[in-house]
Design a protein around this ligand. Structure first.
Ligand SMILES: [Zn+2]
Length: 138
């Protein structure tokens, strides 16, 4: 167990695909997207993160950004993962720039748990933009 955790930190991606997804997150939709088992409209990816279009967009641009590693929600984050959370937000910034909406502004939102309206239990950040958004979503 200790050894596979090390591998994941050094190179997420393939290691995660083979070792973790199968046991830890069987049936998780976002893990299946990471694994390429479910298709999605990917707009950005790197070693640790994946960004793809929401299938039910709430704005002209609605992107879901996820860590490739399975983390169920904000509630499951540990202190050691603060770097990952920072990278998640910086990835969103990069995607917004890539989409050409950075100069006009956008919204980042994370839903957590039932009352927060979290539908998929794999930590994800919503990037919404492309129009003037209302006071709040949903
Ligand atoms: Zn997952």
């Amino acid at each position: 167990m200790g050894e596979s955790e090390h591998d994941n930190q050094m190179s997420r991606g393939n290691m995660v695909k083979k070792k973790e997804l199968r046991d830890m997150a069987e049936g998780c939709l976002f893990c299946r997207i990471v694994a390429g088992e479910v298709s999605s409209e990917i707009v950005y990816q790197d070693k640790g993160f994946l960004a793809f279009r929401d299938v039910n967009p709430q704005a002209p641009e609605h992107i879901i950004i996820i860590p490739k590693m399975h983390i169920a929600s904000v509630a499951e984050l540990s202190q050691e993962q603060q770097g990952l959370v920072g990278s998640l937000i910086l990835t969103a910034k990069k995607v917004a720039e890539q989409l050409g909406i950075a100069h006009k502004g956008y919204r980042l939102a994370i839903n957590c748990g039932h009352d927060g309206g979290q539908v998929i239990h794999h930590l994800h950040l919503h990037l919404l933009g492309g129009k003037k958004l209302g006071d709040w979503i949903g």
